[in-house]
Write a protein that binds this ligand. Structure first.
Ligand SMILES: CC(C)[C@H](C(=O)O)[C@@H](O)C(=O)O
Ligand code: SF4
Length: 418
């Protein structure tokens, strides 16, 4: 009987033949933390060991509130810098022009690699599945213990196979697909499962699109989400892989799945997640005309160069009707957008551009909403209070839908402006 991706990768890491349901202990390859490395370092100290098991396996990226918006944030960053120095951690991305949103940096800088087991103290660590890694978010105490021991246990997850065929129609993108899937199976539809994306449409997708899909795996409860490590992945990592310990691993043809779903992109239209849950799906046509006060084009879900290009294609030569905040996923993306003239398009349209980081995605700074305000956002969560105020409303959508809505001042179908 064939094996799933999760069974193969965790089996390899554990050095034994494993099946879903079995518990394994493995050494994760990279352990990612962001601003929460400060509380993790405090827990780590309490464990009673002086040094992390291997500083080269730790990656720390400041992104959640950068530059520090309050003295509390500044103190956190200071604690992290001291810890990084004390432990000799070389993979540290401080508040400078090499950084950006943690998940973007992990993929862009060659940490996300096929067949690696990776953990992060952030729920969207599942993003690295776009590069064929088994990657998952863990809690802070668990991260502290992993830093100390170099070990973590997992129950090998059951798997869900999502096969996608067809190609995106004009104005429709990977974000519309993942919002639709989550709307169909709901926030707990893939609880503790390894979600594998298969099919010809996935091969056609860029790594940016695959990252958008895998990024939102956690919003349907998945343990991890993953795409095949094909030629596109191998090409992307060939010059910057941070280790040679990776291996292109994929599920067997005859693997056994707990659940199987199929989507045809021909049937897909632009969609949104309505307030206040990510699985509250509606086709954009159903909510078109809803007035908005702010548009946000950013976050680890949708702020790569491909996303910015799509938004710019709609904003070019137009003017936004509401405040529109653009935050490229990293400084590398920022620079590329600058060179391609996209930043000029955004500025000419009246958008503002903030420094790469999480920005207002989880309500830390740079775009908090007022009571009663409505925001359309390319991020991945729309829970009550997520952007800083419990009386505000967030619609999640694709970069194209966000751009079209910014121009209208109300939720709009991008197909009407393209
Ligand atoms: C702050 C962090 C732990 C959190 C997460 O785990 O995802 C955040 O990034 C989010 O998107 O809600
Ligand atoms: S951009 Fe948003 S979702 Fe992504 S890591 Fe930052 S806060 Fe979390």
């Amino acid at each position: 009987m064939g094996k799933t991706f999760a069974e193969k990768v965790l089996g390899k890491a554990a050095g034994q033949d494993v099946k879903a349901g079995q518990v394994v202990t493995v050494e994760p390859h990279f352990c990612m933390s962001h601003d929460n490395a400060a509380p993790i370092s405090k827990t780590f100290k309490k464990i009673g060991v002086d040094k992390v098991w291997n500083p080269d396996h730790l990656v720390i990226i400041l992104d959640h509130a950068v530059p520090a918006p309050t003295d509390k944030h500044a103190e956190n960053h200071k604690i992290i810098r001291e810890f990084v120095k004390e432990q000799g951690i070389k993979h540290f991305y401080d508040v400078n022009s090499k950084g950006g949103v943690c998940h973007q940096i992990m993929c862009q800088e060659g940490f996300a690699l096929p067949g690696l087991v990776m953990v992060g103290s952030d729920s969207h660590t599942c993003t690295y599945g776009a590069y064929g890694a088994f990657s998952t978010g863990i809690g802070r105490s668990e991260m502290a213990a992993t830093w100390a021991t170099g070990k973590i246990w997992f129950r090998v997850p059951e798997s869900m196979k999502i096969t996608v065929k067809g190609s995106f129609k004009k104005g429709v993108s990977a974000k519309d697909l993942i919002l639709k899937i989550i709307g169909d199976i709901k926030a707990d539809g893939a609880d503790y499962m390894s979600v594998e994306f298969h099919g010809p449409a996935i091969s056609q997708m860029s790594l940016a699109e695959r990252m958008t899909l895998c990024n939102m795996g956690i919003e349907m409860g998945a343990k991890n989400a993953v795409c095949p490590p094909d030629e596109k992945v191998l090409e992307a990592i060939k010059d910057n892989a941070k280790t040679d310990k990776w291996e292109a691993i994929w599920a067997d043809e005859d693997a056994v799945y707990a659940k199987e779903l199929e989507y045809d992109l021909q049937d897909l239209e632009p969609g949104v997640a309505k307030p206040h849950t990510v699985d509250n799906y509606a086709p954009v046509s159903e909510v078109a005309g809803t007035p908005i006060h702010q548009a946000f084009l950013g976050s680890c879900t949708n702020a790569r160069i491909e996303d910015l290009r799509e938004a710019a294609s709609i904003l070019k030569g137009k003017e936004v009707a509401v405040r529109t905040i653009v935050i490229p996923a990293s400084w590398k993306v920022y620079r590329q957008a600058m060179e391609e003239g996209l930043l000029d398009i955004f500025l000419d349209a009246g958008c503002i551009i903030n420094n790469p980081g999480c920005g207002p995605c989880m309500g830390n700074h740079e775009g908090i909403l007022a009571p009663g305000e409505v925001c359309i956002s390319t991020a991945n969560r729309n829970f009550k209070g997520r952007m800083g105020n419990k009386e505000s409303f967030i619609y999640l959508a694709s970069p194209m839908t966000v751009a079209a809505s910014a121009i209208k001042g109300a939720i709009a179908d991008p197909r009407e402006v393209l």
